[in-house]
Design a protein around this ligand. Structure first.
Ligand code: MG
Length: 241
């Protein structure tokens, strides 16, 4: 009887560990110890526009542009809620700017490919920098850090799932003359401080599931709900003159 009780207790605790997507288990093997260390949180510099400081969703709205955001907010961190839908900033941004985003993806050992920790950061609502658990993989055009279906990251700079990571995205809006595009949008991206895109031209006006719209006009920052509890904190944007 006592054996059965212990067994049940053990089983329950294992089941519980597997249920907590923010804890790695002993099956997870990190390639190096730094991969298990949070990327350093970066304070917004002078002149930055604070988009999320952990207090509230005052700068955000649902993708339809009017409904209140109902993602969860706890301990300064927001978390995507399945079937809620994407969220966008109330403000729109054009020209040239730097966007800083901190995120972490859950540990979902049962999933694979696009089914682990999928979300995304869309600049101007149109160009996605993919968020995904791509730890240890050979990164393709749809993996974490990719400009979705446009460019694979030059290196896989992912940290382990559950560990905080950073994106620093330097974005230049496309240029138009008389309604004709003369310069594509461009992006440089650093992932956890490692440059993974260097002034890459983006030949399309919208990546998969983006907001689309007139690419000559400013657009919001969009965070994607792809059905996974991806977390975000400390998001700011610095306009560049
Ligand atoms: Mg995505």
């Amino acid at each position: 009887m006592r054996f059965l009780f212990c067994f049940c207790l053990l089983f329950a605790s294992v089941a519980l560990a597997a249920d907590d997507p923010w804890k790695l288990d002993d099956k997870f093997k990190a390639a190096k110890p730094e991969d298990l260390k949070d990327a350093e949180s970066v304070k917004p510099p002078k002149g930055a526009i604070i988009l999320f400081d952990g207090k509230d969703f005052s700068k955000w709205v649902k993708k339809n542009g009017k409904d209140e955001v109902k993602w969860t907010l706890k301990d300064g961190v927001m978390e995507g809620v399945k079937d809620h839908g994407d969220i966008i900033t109330k403000d729109k941004f054009g020209g040239k700017f730097k966007l800083h985003v901190e995120f972490r993806v859950p540990y979902e050992p049962g999933g694979k490919g696009q089914g682990r920790g999928n979300s995304g950061v869309y600049v101007q609502g149109r160009y996605e920098v993919q968020v995904l658990d791509s730890y240890g993989l050979k990164s393709g055009k749809n993996d974490c850090g990719a400009i979705y279906n446009v460019a694979a990251p030059s290196v896989n700079a992912c940290k382990a799932p559950t560990v905080w990571q950073t994106y620093d995205i330097e974005f230049t809006s496309p240029k138009f003359e008389n309604g004709k595009k003369t310069e594509p949008a461009r992006m440089s991206v650093s992932h956890n401080g490692i440059k993974i895109h260097d002034n890459v031209p983006i030949p399309v006006d919208n990546t998969t599931a983006g907001l689309g719209g007139d690419p000559s006009t400013p657009g919001p920052i969009l965070l994607q709900d792809h059905g996974h509890p991806v977390q975000y904190r400390n998001i700011w944007l610095l306009p560049i003159k």
